[in-house]
Design a protein around this ligand. Structure first.
Ligand SMILES: *Cc1c(COP(=O)(O)O)cnc(C)c1O
Length: 447
């Protein structure tokens, strides 16, 4: 019998995060202070983040040790399994071998606790009492609420109004873990109040919620800001995924030809891909690496590579990234985790350098792939993960057309148990494919 699961024991939880800065030919351009336009220093970030995280951002050490209490908490769900998709391969009648790393085994159901746990630990070490954060669909909010519960830190979540109304179960999960959740824009910040004064029914956006969480942080002593993607240290913490996957692919006796993950801010992609890309940068191997984004918010394939704000209120640092503009509000696709106007600067740099390939896919095509996956492998994927599955299937079908073996590895970043309403819409034929409309065009139409 061909093996299906490749499992590692608890003792194989990685002992260090992999820092790609050590292997990059040149560093990405530095983040800039929004007030002065000068490169930001540790003192600019100190009000927002624990010092240890700031140190990690400037470090060029290849390995950054993972503290034991973090590894102990990871042991609740790590190492995550690597699974060979035998049944999907058979259904596609492809000579390709398809493997997926399954991050839906964490309690909140995605890869996000990998960084939430690390951030909560460092904060606790430095005496932080409370976190303020934003969440779109609620996955990040539930990951931080979970980590806050483990390390005794209060969590306040600004949840995008549209999701708050449409997705009550994620909110209830956060509250079950002990977090306080408000709809954003909220009356709890000046920025939120100003938006509500203009429009009491403001639907909110991730960019708005980030601005509220930052304002909350700087106005509440003992509070730090926490975020679940985009920043270098978030990507760093996620590299436990790829390090485990390297070991598990070796157990399977294969090297991937293609590595695939979806991208919203870029963290699950970086988590799986960076340890492999590091090998490539050191001349030890060579891979095709594909980042998959939604057609509705196509920052890598249609955005500009330039300095932009990470948030709508222009409070976050300016970073050089692929961006659709910080005023871009993505259409209401169900993959809430992919509705962001920008991209992690490290991922943007690798795309700009030609090391990573980017592809954009439409919503219905991703659900078609997700359904095929559910009906062969049994796991109902998160709508975000369906983007990776779409391209994994396309790669497997291409291998079939060429009559050649190809080894495909993708990240199944989470399960879709809280997203069944999205599947219901798809099954009823009611899902829309949104075309990308640039901000300039929208403004021209409105004028
Ligand atoms: C949040 C989320 C994403 C998108 O975030 P990245 O930082 O791009 O990984 C993808 N998949 C799932 C399941 C998520 O929860």
């Amino acid at each position: 019998m061909d093996r299906t699961r490749f499992e590692l024991g608890e003792d194989r939880i990685p002992r260090a995060f992999y820092n790609i800065a050590a292997d990059l030919p040149s560093p990405p351009p530095p983040p800039l202070n929004p007030g002065t336009g000068q490169p930001i220093g540790p003192q600019d970030l100190a009000p927002l983040f624990p010092m240890e995280l700031i140190k990690q951002v400037v470090s060029t050490d290849r390995e950054i040790e993972i503290p034991d209490p973090v590894r102990d908490a990871y042991a609740l769900y790590r190492p995550s399994p690597l699974i060979r998709a035998h049944r999907l391969e058979k259904a596609l009648d492809t000579p390709a071998h398809i493997y997926y790393k399954y991050e839906g085994v964490s309690a909140p159901g995605s890869h996000k606790p990998n960084t939430a746990i690390a951030q909560a630990f460092y904060a606790q070490q430095e005496g932080v009492k409370r976190f303020a954060t934003e969440t779109g669909a609620g996955q990040w909010g539930s990951a931080l609420a979970f980590a806050g519960a483990l390390f005794g830190i209060e969590v306040k979540v600004y949840m995008v109004r549209a999701s708050y109304d449409q997705k009550p179960y994620r909110r209830i999960l956060m509250e079950t873990y002990g977090a306080q959740v408000v709809a954003s824009p909220s009356p709890d910040t000046h920025y939120g109040q100003s938006l509500l004064a203009e429009n009491t029914g403001h639907p909110g956006s991730l960019g708005v919620a980030i601005s509220e969480a930052i304002e909350d942080t700087v106005t509440h002593p003992g509070t730090k800001y926490s975020l679940g993607s985009v920043f270098d240290f978030v990507l760093l913490h996620q590299t436990v995924i790829g390090q485990e996957a390297i070991e598990q692919m070796a157990m399977a006796g294969e090297e991937p030809d293609v590595i695939i993950a979806c991208v919203g801010g870029g963290s699950n992609f970086a988590g799986l891909a960076f340890p492999f890309i590091g090998r490539q940068l050191r001349g030890e191997a060579s891979y095709r690496v594909i980042a998959v984004e939604p057609e509705a918010a196509p920052s890598l394939t249609r955005g500009r590579y330039e300095y932009d704000f990470g948030d709508t209120g222009e409070m976050a640092p300016l970073v050089k990234m692929h961006t659709l503009g910080h005023n871009f509000v993505p259409p209401p696709i169900h993959a809430g985790g992919l509705r962001y106007h920008g991209m992690a600067p490290l991922v943007s740099k690798l795309v700009d350098d030609g090391i990573v390939e980017a592809r954009a896919v439409h919503q219905n095509a991703t659900f078609e792939a997700g359904l095929r996956f559910a009906r062969t492998e049994g796991i109902v994927p998160a709508p975000e993960s369906n983007h990776a599955i779409r391209v994994a299937i396309d790669e497997a079908l291409e291998a079939k057309a060429e009559g050649r073996q190809r080894t495909i590895l993708f990240n199944l970043s989470g399960h879709g148990h809280f997203d069944l309403a999205a599947y219901e819409s798809y099954l009823a034929g009611k899902l829309e494919d949104f075309e990308y409309v640039p901000v300039e065009l929208k403004e021209a139409v409105a004028a």
